[in-house]
Design a binder for this molecule. Structure first.
Ligand SMILES: [Zn+2]
Ligand SMILES: [Zn+2]
Length: 246
């Protein structure tokens, strides 16, 4: 097969793995404590996240918790209501970094995630992680595939992360009373994150699909880890912040 096609497929596969770890580990586990993973599973997630995104978990968690504390009101780091749809869809990484590099935000919203020895040695060095990830790709598939896969992954991961924050607060269904929206197509592309209206209605729910016909592709994976005694789910049913709309 042509190396460009292999690169595109590899890039999209890496994006899906990163999105899966973002939603189950950074979002549902570290940010909301909806599910707790076994230490070894959590370490694996941390390593894969480091070499595929370079994200520092405590920064991501702080920015996200601030988004929940100020959803679509002044103080929200990436609200399309405040900033406009296109700025958040295409500039999400800029707004993310601006807030992530704010030491006060991290100190206030991620005080349960203080840097440990592994962070100091490895995981806080984002570019080392990304260099390792790209080197593995180049060793396995050659530099052409590594280059194409890295570009496709970068564009797809940033595009989908932007879509969760921009489309997920602008267009779609709102079965519950909040400004976030549900989009099935986005949920299928983001391991369930497209069910963002559900998530804002019950942020501590480990499963993001609540109603008939909704699909959370990450849920079977969490369920499997629970069956294997590698994960524990905090609440068996979603705990709603407000009563669902009639
Ligand atoms: Zn949101
Ligand atoms: Zn959340």
């Amino acid at each position: 097969m042509h190396s460009a096609i292999v690169g595109v497929i590899a890039g999209l596969a890496i994006t899906q793995v990163s999105i899966l770890i973002t939603t189950v580990y950074l979002h549902r586990s570290l940010s909301h404590k909806a599910v707790i993973f076994n230490r070894r599973v959590a370490l694996l997630f941390r390593i894969v996240l480091w070499i595929t995104t370079g994200i520092r978990p405590r920064q991501w968690v702080a920015v996200h918790r601030k988004h929940h504390a100020f959803t679509d009101v002044p103080g929200d780091p990436h609200s399309p209501v405040l900033l406009g749809f296109y700025r958040v869809q295409f500039g999400n990484v800029y707004y993310y970094r601006k807030e992530a590099l704010n030491g006060d935000t991290v100190a206030k919203y991620a005080r349960d995630l203080l840097p440990d020895r592994w962070d100091e040695l490895l995981f806080d060095r984002s570019f080392v992680g990304l260099a390792i990830g790209i080197s593995i790709l180049a060793l396995v598939g050659g530099w052409k595939i590594a280059l194409v896969a890295s570009i496709v992954h970068l564009v797809a991961y940033l595009g989908l992360s932007g879509a969760i924050n921009a489309i997920g607060h602008s267009f779609g269904k709102r079965p519950y009373e909040n400004l976030a929206t549900n989009n099935t197509w986005l949920a299928l592309m983001t391991c369930g994150e497209g069910l963002h209206n559900n998530h804002h209605a019950a942020p501590t729910a480990a499963k993001l699909s609540f109603l008939k016909g909704q699909i959370d592709p990450a849920w079977p994976i969490i369920s499997l880890l629970v069956k294997l005694h590698l994960a524990t789910v905090r609440l068996s049913a979603p705990k709603f912040k407000k009563q669902p709309a009639a």
